[in-house]
Structures are given as C-alpha cells and as structure tokens.
Write a protein that binds this ligand. Structure first.
Ligand code: SF4
Length: 250
C-alpha cells in the first residue's frame, strides 16, 4: 500500500511539473499565441475593413480644430472627457489663447478655471502649458511631426501623438488606441491583448499602413454610435456576421 501511494504521488508530481512546463511554454511562445488568435486571418480583417468603409466612409476626428496646435491641446483635454464637452470649452478657449505663446504665458489659475469642465484640470493645465513651452523652446513654435519628437511634449503619449500626426498631418505613425478601439478590437477578435501599447502593435501588424488613420476614426465612430460598451446595438451593426463577441446582444 505504502509503495502504491508513493508511486501515485510521484506520478502526480510529474504530471504537475509537465503542466507547468506547458503553461510556461504557452506564455513564452508567440507562435502558439498567434495560432490562437483566430480573428486575424487576412481575409477576415479585409472584410472588417470593407464593412467599416461601407458604414463610415467619411469618419474623421470629432474634436473641432483649426490647426495642429489646437488639435494637440484639445486631444490633451479630451482625456477622461467627451469630445462634445472639449469642443464646448475649446470654442472660447482658443479665442483667449490663440497659440502656443498664449498658453505658455497663461496664468495657471485662470487657465485652470477655463478648462475645469473637462476634468482633471490641474494636471491638464500643467500639460497644455508644458507642451506649449516645449513647442516654443524646442520646436520653433511648431507642433513636431514625428512620433519620436511629439511624445517628448508633456502630457503627450502615443495615443495623442497618433491623433495629431494622423489627423492634422496625414502621417500614419501608428493606430490610435482609445477606449473604443481597445474595446472593439477585442470584441472583433483583432487582438487578445488589454494593454493599449500591445493592442496598437497587434493592429499595426494586421492592418495595412494606409488604413491606420481611417481605421482608428471608423472604429471610434462605430464605438460611439453602435458598439457601445454596455448594450451594443448588434441588431444595427453591419459587422454582425463577422463578430463573435461573447457580449453580443443578438
Ligand atoms: S455585432 Fe455587436 S458586439 Fe459585434 S461589433 Fe457589432 S455591435 Fe459590436
């Protein structure tokens, strides 16, 4: 009996070790992971892109702006805030502060009150003033046109960089990954990552570069109009036949 139970324990131990080795391999091996990412078949991705073109041929950035600098400031202000609210604030803001110099030399407490309705106004004031100062001092008063440079501005990370470079300059340096792109890319099984940086890398691999800018606008539009976080309107969705999201409502 004692020998039998010893044998059993050793077999269990071996099985456990094999299981953990397999789990480690699965984690490390990108090949195995890619094989699991069923939604990234090029034909399927092309079909999704075609459906997005069909539904949103004119999708564009919904932040009102007259130039790259205004778009940069509005994008910084749009963190944790709706574009509608930012547009309301921007209407008077850019009359009072028309350029980088005006923002850089603003009185912080006054500017804070102007942008208060967008939330997180103290941090946002620091960011817009810091970004304006850097534009004046390091970039000759112009919004930089490369990702490497634009992300050196205070308050600017890849998402804001992609919005400004793509929309204001037509430069495809990546894919905007905001809350909508994050949610829809997962629902449409274009990625199985949760971290925006990793999601962007996944999307850049499967979407042709010439579609990066438009894809971001279209997915954001779809997220705002149809594929809501809660209760997506799947019955109205032209991507429904290509979508097998677990939280589909039909
Ligand atoms: S079918 Fe539903 S969950 Fe899928 S993309 Fe359309 S709205 Fe979103």
């Amino acid at each position: 009996m004692a020998i039998k139970s010893k044998k059993k324990a050793s077999a269990k131990k071996k099985a456990g070790a094999a299981k953990s080795r397999m789990a480690k391999t699965r984690k490390k091996s990108p090949t195995i992971k890619r094989a699991n990412a069923a939604g990234t078949d090029p034909k399927r991705v092309a079909a999704i892109l075609a459906k997005l073109d069909e539904a949103y041929p004119n999708a564009t950035c919904e932040l009102k702006h007259e130039n790259a600098f205004q778009l940069l400031i509005s994008t910084i202000l749009s963190a944790q805030c709706t574009d509608v609210r930012v547009n309301q604030v921007a209407e008077t803001l850019y009359k009072k502060y028309p350029d980088a110099k005006a923002f850089a030399y603003a009185t912080p407490s006054e500017l804070e009150m102007e942008i208060r309705p967008t939330g997180f106004f103290r941090n946002k004031t620091k960011s817009v003033m810091g970004a304006s100062e850097a534009i004046l001092e390091k970039f000759d008063g112009q919004v930089p046109r490369t990702m490497k440079e634009i992300i050196t501005l205070p308050g600017v990370a890849r998402k804001t960089g992609n919005v400004v470079l793509g929309t204001a300059f037509g430069i495809a340096s990546g894919v905007v990954v905001d809350t909508h792109v994050l949610r829809l890319s997962n629902r449409l099984d274009l990625t199985r990552e949760e971290d925006p940086k990793k999601v962007e890398q996944d999307l850049m691999k499967i979407i042709p570069r010439e579609k990066w800018i438009q894809f971001s606008h279209q997915i954001i539009w779809h997220g705002r109009r149809v594929c809501h976080a809660r209760k997506p309107k799947c019955i109205e969705c032209n991507l429904e036949s290509l979508c097998y999201a677990r939280d589909k409502t039909i």
